[in-house]
Design a protein around this ligand. Structure first.
Ligand SMILES: [Zn+2]
Length: 107
């Protein structure tokens, strides 16, 4: 299997995840001016936004961990094999999800 292309894909994905995380976790420095002058009740939607971004952040972190694990597997030559059963993950699955580290049955 050609893992050079996979490594490039994974590094691109890693970078975009890091960028997204930075955007999600950026301190809301202007939060005070956003809520200023708004009606009571807007605080609720702000809280919901906050909750959503935490969920998004958790999803991004989980994917980032997988991407880095997959990159480590490229380096030690085990990329493309399931970390649980050791069987090939399958090219179709890797095409959709290049950072997959488990086969469909073990995911
Ligand atoms: Zn497996």
């Amino acid at each position: 299997m050609d893992t050079t292309g996979a490594a490039d894909l994974l590094r691109d994905k890693e970078q975009s995840l890091v960028d997204e995380l930075a955007a999600v976790t950026r301190p809301q420095g202007d939060a005070g001016s956003i809520s200023f002058g708004k009606r009571i009740g807007e605080g609720t939607s702000l809280a919901v936004d906050r909750l959503t971004s935490v969920t998004v952040q958790e999803g991004l972190l989980a994917t980032l961990a997988q991407v880095r694990l997959a990159l480590a597997k490229v380096e030690d030559g085990t990329y493309g094999t399931c970390e649980v059963c050791g069987r090939p993950i399958g090219e179709e699955r890797l095409e959709v999800r290049p950072w997959a580290v488990r086969c469909l049955a073990d995911s």
